[in-house]
Design a protein around this ligand. Structure first.
Ligand code: SF4
Length: 145
């Protein structure tokens, strides 16, 4: 990977390794959400493919086939994903914002972001454990895009 590539290149100029390394692994984009007439509701309920303890997809290579609601971020479509968390590295670089100091590329590991509660491992529950009628108890954020 090129030195401090996240400061020197646009998303479209990154190579495949740099693109993957940019993901901080927070797992927030793997939480269930609803987008309805410009309003986003996020639940503390994770996609069943998410390894919550590691906040990593357990089948990254096949995720798009196995989970129809999964999205593939690309440099060309990141602008459409207004529901991504403000901390999301792709969103931040796309907007010309710096990476936060806790990002693994700067901090050297994921320990700091875990301590700060950026990863979902401290609160997410698997979707298979939450009946539809109980989803309302798991709302953690709601905003207008
Ligand atoms: S929200 Fe962004 S930085 Fe966090 S896991 Fe998803 S793609 Fe990676």
């Amino acid at each position: 990977m090129r030195e401090r590539f996240w400061e020197r290149y646009s998303l479209g100029e990154l190579n495949a390794r740099e693109w993957e390394a940019l993901c901080d692994g927070c797992g927030q984009c793997c939480l269930v959400r609803e987008v309805d007439q410009g309003e986003v509701t996020v639940y503390s309920v994770a996609c069943d493919l998410l390894d919550i303890e590691q906040s990593r997809c357990s089948d990254y290579a096949s995720r798009l086939r196995r989970e129809p609601s999964c999205h593939q971020l690309t440099p060309a479509n990141v602008e459409q994903y207004d529901w991504l968390p403000a901390s999301c590295s792709y969103r931040r670089i796309h907007r010309g914002e710096p990476l936060p100091a806790w990002h693994p590329l700067l901090a050297g590991s994921r320990q700091r972001m875990r301590r700060k509660g950026i990863t979902v491992c401290g609160y997410a529950v698997p979707r298979r454990q939450v009946p539809r009628r109980r989803m309302g108890q798991h709302i953690i954020a709601r905003w207008r895009m």
